[in-house]
Design a protein around this ligand. Structure first.
Ligand code: NAP
Ligand code: GDP
Length: 315
């Protein structure tokens, strides 16, 4: 029997990058299905059942989620908690019932304890409350890790999770109000250049982040789904040495956009977590040679994609 890989959230930032890599490096005997919310609302159990009945997946990559940047998370904690809990519960239970051989779900380094030592590693996920700005999203995502172990223990399921750091790339959500920092900065810099207005960076610009280009996560996801077999989560990230400030990344956007106007900081806006430096030591024990796209190269690719696809970009 051939393997059927079902990707929930297949139309998003990470899903579209996985599709690109799968199309590029096709493997005989693998059938891939990429879903969007148009194929069914995963918050609704009957929609989820219908999707599993129709496609009969052997492997599931569960990306679908209510996803947003700092400011959306601060304003909609109830929705970030409830929608993610519902989607994750439905997908996990359908994977159990349909005897899916492998389920890979996605957590995030922003769900780790706020008060912690650095670098953060996989063992520290439940060792204290998350940052208050995103506690709705964080607790919903932490439960995936708890339930991966519970499903393994009680039903022998092969469920695991990836913990990525901040991701960016083509087909991101470029909404200024709801999106993450890189797509938000790209959209704002585009408007500033077009309208000859200042480019505004929110907050102080001092917080630090490890940004990963979506294609890197896509390539490493394929390794996890095929070769990493443990319910314990794995951090997928660039190294600690690749951590940059928000100001650094904003300047990379300015350069890639060739913006010559004024750059200002709006310090009335929140900074969020100062840093969430994560260790990729566990990943490096398995994949010592993976070479990550540099922030300059990745930002240039994301800027070029946005400029070339402005009309159809999510914004
Ligand atoms: P994204 O671009 O916002 O895409 C979200 C995907 O989920 C879309 O395909 C969307 O479908 C689908 N979706 C949302 N609600 C749904 C629902 N109720 N039913 C069915 N499908 C639904 O997200 P992403 O950035 O690729 O994130 C992928 C995963 O990585 C998520 O689990 C996220 O929590 C995690 N993650 C992301 C980041 C980051 O920086 N982006 C960092 C760490 C972890 P439509 O296209 O039809 O709306
Ligand atoms: P986080 O990494 O989970 O905190 O989420 P974000 O991707 O939203 O990044 C938030 C950080 O970027 C904070 O320090 C913000 O103050 C800063 N920032 C600067 N400009 C923007 C912007 O236009 N959008 C967003 N989302 N954050 C911005």
């Amino acid at each position: 029997m051939s393997a059927v890989y079902l990707v929930t959230g297949g139309s998003g930032l990470v899903g579209s990058a996985i599709k690109q890599v799968v199309d590029r490096d096709a493997v005989e005997g693998e059938k891939w299905i990429f879903l969007s919310s148009k194929d069914g609302d995963l918050k609704i159990r009957s929609d989820c059942d219908a999707i599993f009945d129709k496609h009969k997946p052997t492997h599931v990559i569960h990306l679908a989620a209510k996803v947003g940047g700092l400011f959306a998370n601060m304003q909609q904690k109830v929705e970030f908690y409830r929608e993610n809990i519902m989607m994750n519960d439905n997908v996990m239970e359908c994977c159990r019932i349909h005897k899916v051989q492998k389920l890979v779900s996605y957590l995030s380094t922003c769900i780790f304890p706020d008060k912690t030592t650095y670098p953060i590693d996989e063992t520290m996920l439940h060792a204290g409350p998350p940052h208050p700005s995103n506690e709705g999203y964080a607790y919903a995502k932490r439960m995936v890790d708890t339930m991966n172990r519970a499903y393994a223990e009680e039903y022998g399921c092969n469920f695991t999770s990836i913990i990525p750091t901040n991701i960016y790339g083509p087909r991101d959500n470029f909404s200024i109000q709801n999106g993450h920092v890189i797509p938000g900065l790209i959209h704002k810099c585009f408007i500033a250049k077009r309208d000859n207005t200042p480019f505004t960076i929110w907050g102080s610009g001092t917080p630090l982040r490890q940004f990963m280009y979506s294609e890197d996560l896509a390539e490493l996801t394929l390794w996890v789904v095929r070769e990493y077999h443990s319910p314990e989560p794995i951090i997928i990230s660039v190294g600690e040495e690749a951590e940059v400030s928000i100001k650094d990344v904003a300047m990379a956007v300015v350069k890639a956009m060739d913006f010559k106007g004024e750059v200002v900081f709006d310090t009335s806006k929140a900074d969020g977590q100062f840093k969430k430096t994560a260790s990729n030591a566990k990943l490096r024990t398995f994949k010592p040679d993976h070479k990550f796209v540099s922030i300059e190269e990745g930002v240039k690719k994301a800027v070029d994609w946005f400029v070339d696809n402005y009309d159809e970009a999510r914004k």
